[in-house]
Write a protein that binds this ligand. Sequence first.
Ligand code: NAP
Length: 255
Amino acid sequence: MKVLVLGGTSEARGLAALLAACSGVEAVMSLAGRTSAPAPQPIPVRVGGFGGAEGLAHYLDEQRIDVLVDATHPFAANISRNAEIAAAALDIPLVILSRLAWTRDPQDRWVEVPDMVAAAETLGQEPRRVFLAIGRLQLAAFRAAPQHFYLIRSIDPMKCDLPHYRVILARGPFDADAEERLLIDERIDVIIAKNSGAPAVFGKILAARRLGLPVVMVARPHRAAQAAHDPETALHLILHHGARHRLRAPAPRGV
Ligand code: NAP
């Protein structure tokens, strides 16, 4: 059974470890190539975009993939849309792996917003010290709020056109004690976070809870399709759908 895992998350890596241990399964991980030194993977890796839904469908067909797995970040909406289109076009099973979103604790001071533009608006006119824990792909929205200082955390060195910012280089997981120290040392007033649901980056949310700091929590893009929430459930679905797909698929070319 051939499986393509669209990755870039710790959940995808967890699933890859399970797939690597499965006999009769040949799995490949696909990464967008955003980070210069990605974390090592337990299965072979290919890097770079496919060229839209059409390019992805071509790859799936050419490689005779039996199951497509979308284990990308919940905010990576384009590749997820392409995965749905390509899998439907070829009638290949699509398994989605995505952590459940975090839910608010009574002690949390969250302002829940639908997108980054709304997140920038909630910061208000008064200059504030903002921890932008959203990666580097969606910073443009904060150009509309240039009066604030932004502390940006990124895996790779980066520059942006915000007037007041500083970059700290780090790769998760981040624990709550270290996050609390960072928030105090940097005199942070407010955090902007994506509701990824990932345990590796939950430390900042816990730290904000302890310090009574507000968190502007950006909601995930809406997704109609159902997802598995852990690698074990995703593996079960892959083996189930993959076996059914192989039963009705034509024999490999050249046989
Ligand atoms: P995106 O907007 O959905 O994707 C943009 C384009 O990048 C896609 O159309 C596709 O190009 C290519 N791409 C994305 N993921 C790919 C993958 N796994 N393998 C091959 N090509 C891929 O995604 P994004 O927000 O830029 O995120 C890029 C990657 O970083 C994702 O794989 C995601 O899992 C990871 N990531 C994202 C975030 C986030 O907050 N967005 C956080 C952590 C990790 P083509 O159309 O040419 O195929």
